[in-house]
Design a protein around this ligand. Sequence first.
Ligand code: NAD
Ligand code: MG
Length: 386
Amino acid sequence: MTRSVTILGATGSVGRSTLDLIGRNRDDYEIVALTARKDIDGLIELAGKFRPRQAVIGDPAHFARLREALAGTGVEAATGEEAITEAAGAGADWTMAAIVGTAGLRPVMRALEGGGTLALANKEALVAAGDLVTRAAAEGGATILPVDSEHNAVFQCFDRERPESVRRIILTASGGPFRARSIEEMRRATPAEAVAHPNWSMGAKISVDSATLMNKGLELIEAYHLFPLRADQLEVVVHPQSVVHSLVEYKDGSVLAQLGAPDMRVPIAHTLAWPARMATPCARLDLVAIARLDFEAPDLDRFPALALARAALAEGGAKPAILNAANEIGVQSFLESRIGFLDIASLVGEVLASHAPGAPSSLDEVLEIDREARRAATAAIGKFLH
Ligand code: NAD
Ligand code: MG
């Protein structure tokens, strides 16, 4: 039986890994829509290869080229933010949410309203609007399957029928490229050094988040919304080999973990085939070659972003959305070499401390908090400019 699928953020790292798996099992899938923001060459290439019903480019400046390239192919061309959201709601059986940042939130909400299965990589959507996202899934009768490797690992180990039997979740963190660097070295870190992740190949934004450990902070908030536990039952341990993708401890002392090669196609395949399993071309785990697994506590002094995220989770309300928005501005400014690496967390801390709107109760309120936090972060950046 073929399944209809839509890939939001098709030209990115997760989007392409998803299409790699689909391409190996082409007859099992019918592609409804592929979307991208401005990578027009990537989108044209993927639309030619995968023949979706529709290809959507977010940036209207590229629409003429898309239409021209797809003329006569039977693939419909569309453009604009609203068209991406509409594509998310076009009724595919399975949708991959792989847009980066809060930009993915509206499409995520629209996909959930339509029911079906949402493979969720876009962690920022859950961080900014976790309660609204999980409520939309419940109301729409949609299933959320976590793609983030840690949460996918937990999902595979977590007894959802007996959540009270779980004592805690332990998320593993690679520690990123600066795990063993001093504060002074991090102060001078360049964007090229920050995106050079030791174990995973990923988009620029999440790579910088991995270097600051904000990624693990966002993942704590993500875990809080995906699994029925309290914030104090969620822990982080640094595990430089990225072999154990996360663990679930039960009250009897049993600890279940999911292990695998650090290749996003493993968790993506899990969500594509769920509840069945599919074959992948991924490297097999060679335990003898790996020989040892190391674990250490995260250093919150060198990686303050993790502590900021934990505090935002504890405070709740609008804080996680503010954390996420300020971080997006900080990461973008760092990637443009406008601020230093350590300034990212300083900026987030400052915006969090100076902004205290009430808890959002609608999508529009979340987006307003997001816009306001971006404005505040952009205004505060002057202090850090170098
Ligand atoms: P990426 O930068 O490689 O790709 C992002 C995709 O989103 C691209 O297709 C881009 O065109 C699209 N996009 C970007 N901004 C957009 C906007 N404003 N509107 C519409 N589309 C937009 O990112 P990625 O590394 O693939 O990450 C995607 C998401 O998955 C992120 O939320 C990330 O945190 C999460 N994630 C990624 C990985 C990984 O290995 N890359 C692992 C776990 C989770
Ligand atoms: Mg992760």
